[in-house]
Design a protein around this ligand. Structure first.
Ligand SMILES: Cc1cc2nc3c(=O)[nH]c(=O)nc-3n(C[C@H](O)[C@H](O)[C@H](O)COP(=O)(O)O)c2cc1C
Length: 369
């Protein structure tokens, strides 16, 4: 049904315009009590066996919405209504910014992929903090806050920029993510190098502890799939050294070669981050590598090319406690999160594992024996 609608309507529209149209419908439905109750009952069923505890938080299930979809925290209840069990808002930057000129979002339909060079278009951390402070939650949902660097701020001043956002947003965050992996802010990914990342993460940790004194806000870092293996290891070691809570693997890729892309060369050539099916293999590889290095000492969040329950299950077996998706939501539609949780419950029941937590990393541990 959704696929027919997608082909007839969304596919003919500019991808960004389609995004905002769908977004408006979701928000409208979430504001209409009868509709919202009906949709949530249909799309956000709860599976007792998928209850997940991670980052000191309780969730109904492990699957959530990746950053970038709800940049300004305007649709938390709407996305929760659709069955995403945690919502990562952002990326939010210290200053409001318009992002890159349009067109900046491209659909690679035959590849079940997207290319985006949005460039952190967002209302800025002050406005988003005000919105989160005023929010009257309808659904109990874990809200992650993903922060990044304001484009006009030079790389040498990045720490101060992230600290400003942390000071404004940490108290509203169930968990906080330092995003150093989007390819669309010049220089951002250089912050993944440990000599830059160490002072950045240390300063964000200190700022979060300074402004939030009644609890410890979990802190994660989000990395790119394009990091070399030894750099993945270096980030993992640094995360352990600094007492981080987790790593999100991965963001979009700048790679195009060797991915066997079927879409037209002119589309494939668009600059920006590629997401969806083509990033699946590398994201999984990075996750396995991270789990082999850190085991249960960090919460690993698997994201990148998760299209269905089998993909999600493979991430759990590889070492992810939480999983996220974005691109496949565009192609699969409103039943995407529901299908993943439902399929995960079925896979867990058919597996030798008593709980989802037992399944986390099981395949990676087996491979290491
Ligand atoms: C249009 C678009 C915008 C995105 N914006 C952000 C962002 O602002 N911050 C971020 O950390 N990741 C962002 N991402 C990356 C996603 O969160 C995710 O890491 C990536 O797309 C891989 O997952 P997927 O294959 O399920 O899409 C964006 C992705 C897309 C497609």
């Amino acid at each position: 049904m959704y696929k027919i609608f997608f082909n007839l309507v969304f596919k003919r529209m500019d991808p960004e315009a389609a995004h905002y149209m769908a977004f408006r419908w979701i928000r409208l439905a979430a504001r209409t009590p009868v509709l919202r109750t009906f949709v949530a009952a249909a799309l956000a069923p709860r599976y007792e066996e998928l209850r997940t505890e991670a980052l000191g938080l309780r969730m109904h299930g492990p699957f959530g919405l990746a950053a970038g979809f709800d940049k300004n925290a305007v649709a938390i209840d709407g996305m929760s209504m659709l069955g995403f069990d945690h919502i990562e808002i952002g990326t939010v930057t210290a200053e409001a910014q318009p992002g890159n000129p349009k067109k900046r979002l491209f659909r690679l339909v035959p590849d079940r992929a997207l290319i985006n060079r949005m460039g952190f278009n967002n209302e800025g951390s002050a406005a988003v903090a005000d919105r989160l402070a005023a929010r009257q939650a309808v659904f109990r949902t874990v809200v992650g806050v993903n922060i990044g660097k304001t484009k006009v701020v030079p790389e040498e001043e990045a720490v101060g920029d992230y600290v400003t956002s942390t000071e404004r947003l940490a108290r509203h965050a169930d968990y906080l993510v330092v995003n150093v992996s989007s390819p669309n802010t010049p220089g951002l990914r250089n912050l993944q190098a440990t000599e830059s990342l160490r002072p950045l993460l240390t300063a964000v940790r200190e700022a979060a502890d300074r402004v939030v004194t009644d609890r410890r806000v979990p802190l994660l870092v989000k990395i790119a799939p394009d990091l070399a293996d030894e750099d993945v290891d270096a980030v993992a070691d640094l995360a352990l050294e600094l007492g981080l809570d987790g790593i999100i693997a991965t963001n979009t890729t700048i790679a195009r070669d060797g991915l066997g892309l079927k879409s037209s060369p002119s589309l494939v050539k668009e600059t920006g981050g590629l997401s969806g099916a083509p990033v699946k293999e590398r994201s999984l590889e990075v996750l396995r590598r991270l789990y082999a290095r850190v085991g249960d000492r960090l919460v690993l969040v698997g994201v990148g090319g998760i299209e269905n329950a089998e993909d999600a299950w493979q991430r759990i077996l590889a070492g992810a406690t939480l999983i996220q998706g974005y691109s496949a939501f565009i192609y699969e539609g409103p039943c995407y999160a529901r299908a993943i949780h439902k399929g995960l419950a079925a896979r867990l029941a058919a597996s030798p594992y008593a709980t989802l937590a037992d399944a986390v990393g099981a395949e990676t541990r087996k491979a290491a024996q």
